[in-house]
Write a protein that binds this ligand. Structure first.
Ligand code: HEC
Length: 161
């Protein structure tokens, strides 16, 4: 008896979550971006920064193995998210170029991962720029209201944390 009740509840949990997100593919893309793609990309982008301000110039780079790992893992996760974007639930009702953009994310994230594994701040910075261009390219075509096109510069209060 117990196991049966358990599996029914698990099933309900899964289907309830799915219906909460609605059937609209765009709705789930939005959530995926806000909850996973953006925060993961930020981990990567924040890892290496050259800052020049009133206090002069300084750089932020990963300081130990754990921080390089974290950077590489963010890239790895972005690669997986790019793969996920090719799934029907995101790709439905999109043009054929959708999967090209998603593959672009996979490729850029793969390059980003290698840069982090090479422990090269310059390469991480460069790969971060390429990554950014991939985000923007897809947004230019598929974002309903591309306000400024800057993924990190969302004025929408729902996305700012
Ligand atoms: C394959 C296409 C595609 C790629 C690649 C892509 N995005 Fe998106 N992104 C979208 C679409 C479509 C939306 C709009 C979703 C909506 O509002 O329905 C979006 C929306 C967003 C949003 C706004 C979410 C919100 O709450 O309104 C952020 C932030 C974002 N993307 C970040 C990124 C970042 C960062 C990258 C790159 C690392 C990226 N995206 C790569 C398709 C893509």
């Amino acid at each position: 008896m117990h196991w049966k009740l358990g599996s029914v509840m698990i099933f309900c949990l899964a289907s309830c979550t799915a219906s909460d997100q609605g059937d609209a593919p765009q709705a789930s893309t939005k959530g995926m971006m806000a909850d996973h793609v953006q925060p993961t990309a930020e981990v990567y982008w924040n890892a290496v920064q050259y800052i020049s301000d009133a206090n002069g110039s300084r750089e932020i780079i990963p300081e130990n193995e754990a921080e390089w790992q974290r950077t590489a893992q963010a890239a790895q996760k972005l690669k997986q998210l790019g793969e996920d974007l090719k799934l029907t639930k995101y790709a439905a009702n999109k043009g054929t170029d959708w999967k090209d953009f998603a593959q672009g994310l996979v490729d850029a994230a793969g390059q980003a991962e290698q840069a982090a594994q090479a422990h090269s701040p310059e390469k991480v910075l460069e790969a971060g720029g390429i990554l950014y261009n991939v985000c923007s390219a897809c947004h230019e075509v598929y974002m309903p209201a591309p306000g400024g096109l800057a993924p990190t510069d969302q004025s929408n209060p729902i996305t700012s944390e």
